[in-house]
Design a protein. Structure first.
Length: 147
């Protein structure tokens, strides 16, 4: 069995865990001493106080928003999805933004995001002069229709 190694960088850090056995992600907790207010339209970085080591280069960790924070409070990730590469050993931090019109206060040890481990397909690249044809071809945004 492969293991995600987690190191506490700060004594008050909370080790990520799944809320239920069926949860895809592990909750990430704000490792802050005091409340942090995110004003409307503003960005902030929330430390988690942990570092991780993925089992190999065949894995990555993704940071996703918590749906409750997004839907109820307009708090989402400033970069859409955070990507943690297999060779990163620094502190895991969460970039949050407030897209609501109300300030939001992040509390110490609050669940601020979720961490999902995913496989990575490590493959060689090859420059070519042509690509195979498909039915869609080079049709971009909206090219497959609305429904």
């Amino acid at each position: 069995m492969e293991v995600l190694k987690i190191k506490k960088l700060k004594e008050n850090a909370v080790i990520p865990k799944r809320a239920t056995t069926g949860s895809a992600g592990m909750d990430l907790y704000a490792c802050i001493e005091n409340e942090v207010t995110i004003e409307p339209g503003k960005l902030t970085i929330i430390p988690t106080g942990i570092a991780i080591a993925l089992p190999s280069e065949n894995y990555m960790a993704n940071i996703y928003a918590r749906s409750g924070l997004g839907v109820k409070h307009g708090i989402c990730l400033s970069n859409g999805v955070g990507v943690i590469d297999s060779d990163y050993r620094g502190e895991v931090c969460v970039g949050l933004c407030n897209v609501s019109d109300t300030p939001y206060i992040v509390q110490p040890n609050e669940r601020v995001a979720q961490l999902v481990i995913a496989p990575v397909s490590v493959m060689q690249t090859e420059e070519v002069l042509t690509l195979d044809e498909t039915e869609r071809g080079s049709g971009g945004f909206g090219s497959t229709g609305k429904n």
